[in-house]
Design a binder for this molecule. Sequence first.
Ligand SMILES: NC(=O)c1ccc[n+]([C@@H]2O[C@H](COP(=O)([O-])OP(=O)(O)OC[C@H]3O[C@@H](n4cnc5c(N)ncnc54)[C@H](OP(=O)(O)O)[C@@H]3O)[C@@H](O)[C@H]2O)c1
Length: 241
Amino acid sequence: MTGSASVEHAMPQALVVGASRGIGLGLVRVLLTHGWQVTATVRDTARTPQALSELQKKHDAALKIVDLDLSQSSRPGELAGSLSSRALNLLVISAGIMGPDHQRAEQANREETGELFDLNAMAPLRLARALLPAMAPNGVISFVSSRMGSVSLNNLGDRELYRASKAALNSLSRGFAINEAIPAGVGVLNLHPGWVQTDMGGGEAPITIEQSATGMVNVMEDALGQVEQRFLDFEGQTLTW
Ligand SMILES: NC(=O)c1ccc[n+]([C@@H]2O[C@H](COP(=O)([O-])OP(=O)(O)OC[C@H]3O[C@@H](n4cnc5c(N)ncnc54)[C@H](OP(=O)(O)O)[C@@H]3O)[C@@H](O)[C@H]2O)c1
């Protein structure tokens, strides 16, 4: 083994899903500076955003970019097959959408609800299930959820479709954690990134991508070896379901 290959071998392994922009891209950036070997997914590697290409130039072999469109239900199994033989210490599923602008149950058609609930709730579960065998013992699977997915903290009732999709993610991930991940020795986090300055969060959001991603990476690194499920924000505060 060459010197650089042996260094690579010692690095912890992370897979970040939805890394083209926003919080996912921020997580890749922070994980690389913390010494992780990162596989980052984008929908189409032929259109990899410049920011991610530049990170790859800077970090070379520590960053691998692969394509994954979460709306294609066959892809999780294919991705699991194409990963390196090194077990994953961390899987972060950040990809998500807000859903239709109207955000009203009575206005939503089947196509809108199908896309929103499939991408925000079903697809993360399909992927986590497909990749559980690739996880290292004491590793962590992180679902990027939202405070808006908490039923008990919903005092406003706005954005009802998005809230319901994240509540569905929280519910599905509970069953997955209890029945599959925890028995396999893998922890599960449902993470609220804060209200963050991304395309989704908008310019009025108080938290920068760097603040959110730095906090989330610290929370995830602290969670390695803790084989339980928790719903935490980017500062490590517990949220009620
Ligand atoms: N921003 C906030 O304030 C906030 C607050 C709470 C929770 N969150 C959650 O945090 C996560 C990231 O949000 P963000 O603010 O970073 O959003 P964003 O800037 O809108 O980025 C969304 C990401 O999801 C990817 N994506 C969308 N559809 C996809 C698909 N079918 N397959 C694969 N990837 C897909 C996008 O890829 P493309 O570039 O290809 O579209 C992009 O990388 C989401 O789950 C969101 O619900 C965000």
